[in-house]
Design a protein around this ligand. Structure first.
Ligand code: 13P
Length: 342
């Protein structure tokens, strides 16, 4: 299929529309197991369906605050209890259905402590099927860890090359690639270390995208924010995270990119919202900055639901609240007091 850049650009712009962001509901069966374990829910196909149906049927929030939903293979093919395909529910809310296509991070040979994301084999054929099933964007997550003597250039380069090959294949098949190089916030490194590594990673990613002839007008970048490791003794303010992240992005991300949608990466719900809002409050950026959160949008609804039919309304309310808070943050308008008001 010849690439239609105009169409890709239209989809990408829709994904970062003002006041909206992405819901990352693409947990693999193994990852959702970890989330369900925390709330004592059995990881059955039915429970996974009921949980995700609760989110996708939070109608007003889906319509007003969610531009797109990242799905896992099973969910893209799944139907709601009444037989409506999930893709239809998402479409009906005016949001774009998307698909996680990577096969996860595996140990990188010869590189102790480092990983590379797999999933390129057969990807062209999978994209053809995913497009037929209704997906209009995709996600591939590369994982870079900070530790003693890591990351190495070998790891950054291998991951950036894979991201670029994935992105080129997605565009070839009419699908907008979310390019997600995640520098992990595990560990005890400080904010400077995160800034340095993220800078190196973004530099390499945009080089490889260039060599692979990926059209920047048809991607969405999903980066980490510049934050200290979770175990670092010094935790920085939202203002400092915002200033460093915006400075770094301006140094590395061409203005041709339609938008940037951050991952939450293990930040608390409130930090993820406060940091995003602080960035947008700075203003004057060439691209919209929004959210593509998994945990920071779902931890609260998961807890409120806890697998009980009687809690469906409470689960929806918790999701609606975080979606609204992050929508405000994407406009730079969130205030701590809003947490109580809604
Ligand atoms: P988190 O916001 O939980 O980091 O998930 C986003 C995501 O899609 C990670 O790949």
């Amino acid at each position: 299929m010849a690439m239609n850049l105009e169409e890709l650009n239209k989809i990408a712009n829709k994904m970062v529309a003002p006041g909206k962001g992405l819901l990352a509901a693409d947990e693999s069966t193994g990852t959702i197991q970890k989330r369900f374990d925390k709330i004592g829910v059995q990881n059955t196909e039915e429970n996974r369906r009921d949980y995700r149906e609760m989110l996708f049927r939070t109608d007003k929030s889906m319509r007003e605050h969610i531009s797109g939903v990242i799905l896992f293979d099973e969910t893209l093919r799944q139907k709601a209890k009444d037989g409506t395909p999930f893709v239809k529910l998402i479409d009906a809310a005016g949001a774009v259905p998307g698909i996680k296509v990577d096969a996860g991070a595996k140990a990188l040979a010869g590189a102790p402590g480092e990983v590379v994301t797999e999933g390129l084999d057969g990807l062209r054929e999978r994209f053809v099927e995913y497009h037929r099933l209704g997906a209009r964007f995709a996600k591939w997550r590369a994982v870079i860890d900070i530790g003693k003597d890591i990351p190495t250039y070998n790891c950054i380069n291998a991951n950036a090359q894979a991201l670029a090959r994935y992105a080129a294949l997605a565009q070839e098949n009419g699908i907008v690639p979310i390019v997600e190089p995640e520098v992990l916030m595990d560990g005890d490194h400080d904010i400077e270390a995160c800034e340095k590594v993220t800078s190196w990673v973004l530099q390499e990613v945009f080089s490889q995208l260039f060599y692979a002839k990926v059209a920047l007008e048809g991607i969405v970048l999903k980066p980490n924010m510049v934050v200290p490791g979770m175990k670092c003794a010094k935790q920085n303010s939202a203002a400092e995270v915002a200033e460093r992240t915006v400075r770094l992005l301006k140094q590395h991300v061409p203005s041709a990119v339609p938008g940037i949608a951050f991952l939450s990466g293990g930040q608390s719900d409130l930090d993820a919202t406060a940091n995003l809002s602080a960035m947008n409050a700075i203003g004057g950026m060439p691209w919209p900055l929004t959210f593509s959160y998994g945990r920071a949008l779902q931890a609260a609804p998961q807890k409120a639901w806890s697998g009980k039919v009687d809690n469906l309304d409470a689960g929806k309310a918790a999701f609606a609240h975080r979606a609204l808070m992050n929508s405000l943050a994407s406009l730079g308008k969130w205030k701590q007091a809003d947490e109580k008001a809604s």
